[in-house]
Design a protein around this ligand. Structure first.
Ligand code: 4AD
Ligand code: MG
Length: 463
């Protein structure tokens, strides 16, 4: 007797093997001939395995004929070639042990198609749905591919803190971490006295591990972070989460072109891995969620990304004659409608925009010789818009200090960051890829809340 997962038992090579399978019942059909078909799923793949239960099983009348959707069972039997269409194998049961029942009156996940909004309200059962199971497997594949890509290229995975005193993006969208009593905080001159807080200063959940990644890049050469990040922006959109995962590679001696080359190679590798390793799930997304999901990825893996400057992009948008909700003018940040227009309508492929106006970008980005723009880059993809944001970093001490003052940041609070420019400074660059936006793009799922196990958005942290 071999213990197999459903994905293994579905392979033709399993035929003839005596196996044990463990999982949850998806459907049961009783035939007049005195036997039943039980579709079993264990999450190892999208497809179920068909189990044939004959009436000579000792618990056929008492249990099998009452097996309901969602019950858990252990099946022992022999894998046979299946005469049915769409499946190579089936299992003739020798025993079926009912482990846990699921009352059909109350089990919320019945056979019918549920809306994603409804599934969000049952986040504890949603992984048992076809769509969320497929999302979870693809998300795992993407994460494995991310690590493989960097590990194979000699990057070290570093772990920046989650609790931090610095606001990397300078946007003031941080969640405070405090153990002070909110009803009676200690006051000093009318303000909350954070010197009496746990860390003796104001502290927050990190919005990005970049600044810490720079420390390690400026000693180990090539590093990446990969972990949760937090943003208290009140954006109730289909592309924003308050808690999301970000991958941030950071490379010493890289300029912006090296950075763009790496980002392009990286995305192609991840998309290519999903296509080869998640074929069954990707066919599901193509058929049920977004018809272009798979072909879009195939197109990207085999073509060049378009690269153009922010200034060229703004010209193009203005000349397009297209009506946008937000008007376009040089110096304003591009909105998602503009980004999507560029990648979906104009180029129909991923686009890397670079050299953004200095006033709309973070303090750490390298100032160009024109003094008006910084060495920033955003990678835009169809349907999602911005998937990567990155830049070459300002490695010149005097310029960086001036930029910090211009943006009302206190250079003394970032003394360690400035030290990297005082001692053996080097040109360096990096970027951040949003994991959920990547999963969203790959699968074609319309809402980012449906690609993370437990979404955190304004007003919602139920589970
Ligand atoms: O463009 P962002 O803000 O860049 C940074 O944080 C830099 N420190 C990265 C770096 O250079 N090391 O964020 C990077 C990416 C975005 O392109 C987007 O994919 C994702 O993170 N992202 C979000 N994803 C979900 N919800 C949000 N609220 C997000 N904000 C950013
Ligand atoms: Mg960005």
């Amino acid at each position: 007797m071999e213990m197999l997962s459903v994905v293994q038992a579905r392979q033709a090579e399993a035929v003839g093997h005596k196996v044990e399978l463990r999982g949850w019942v998806r459907t049961r059909r009783d035939s007049k001939g005195g036997f039943s078909f039980v579709e079993l799923n264990d999450g190892s793949c999208l497809g179920n395995i068909q189990v044939i239960a004959e009436k000579n099983l000792p618990n056929y009348e008492s249990e099998i004929l009452h097996l309901s959707v969602g019950s858990s069972v252990i099946v022992r039997g022999e894998v046979r070639a299946s005469p049915a269409k769409g499946q190579a194998t089936e299992v003739l049961a020798e025993t079926i042990t009912l482990v846990g029942t699921a009352d059909p009156e109350n089990y919320p996940l019945q056979k019918k198609q549920h809306t994603f909004e409804f599934l969000r309200t049952i986040a504890h059962l949603r992984p048992r749905s076809n769509t969320f199971g497929a999302v979870t497997r693809v998300r795992n594949c993407i994460c494995r591919s991310i690590h493989n890509f960097f590990q194979e290229r000699g990057f070290f995975w570093v772990h920046p803190p989650i609790i931090t005193a610095s606001d990397c993006e300078g946007a003031g969208q941080m969640f405070r971490v405090s153990t002070l009593d909110p009803a009676k905080p200690p006051l000093k001159e009318g303000q909350i006295d954070y010197s009496q807080d746990f860390f003796a200063r104001p502290t927050f959940l990190t919005v990005s591990g970049q600044l810490e990644a720079e420390i390690f890049a400026c000693s180990l050469g090539k590093v990446y972070t990969f972990g949760p990040t937090f943003r208290a922006e009140n954006s109730n959109t289909s592309r924003h989460l308050a808690e999301f995962w970000m991958v941030e590679p950071e490379m010493a001696f890289f300029d912006l072109n090296d950075n763009m080359d790496l980002a392009e190679a990286f995305l192609k590798r991840v998309f290519g891995d999903v296509l080869t390793q998640c074929d069954e799930d990707m066919r599901f997304f193509e058929q049920r969620i977004e018809p272009s999901a798979r072909t879009t990825l195939e197109g990207i893996v085999n073509s060049e990304f378009r690269r153009l400057s922010y200034t060229e992009a703004v010209d193009l948008l203005i000349k397009s004659g297209q009506k946008f909700e937000f008007p376009v003018a040089w110096g304003t940040d591009l909105q998602s409608e503009h980004e999507r227009y560029i990648t979906e309508q104009v180029f129909k492929c991923p686009v890397i925009l670079y050299d953004y106006p200095r006033q709309i970008k973070a303090f750490y980005m390298r100032v160009n010789d024109d003094d008006r723009t910084v060495r920033a880059m955003d990678v835009l993809v169809p349907r999602v818009g911005e998937i990567i944001g990155g830049s070459q970093r300002e490695e010149r001490l005097d310029v960086l200090e001036a930029r910090m003052r211009e943006m009302h940041l206190d250079p003394t609070a970032y003394w360690w960051y400035l030290d990297l420019r005082r001692f053996g400074t080097v040109p360096h660059a990096g970027f951040g890829l949003g994991l959920e936006r990547t999963v969203q793009f790959v699968t074609g799922m319309a809402n980012i809340r449906d690609v993370i196990p437990f979404p955190r958005t304004p007003g919602i942290a139920d589970f």
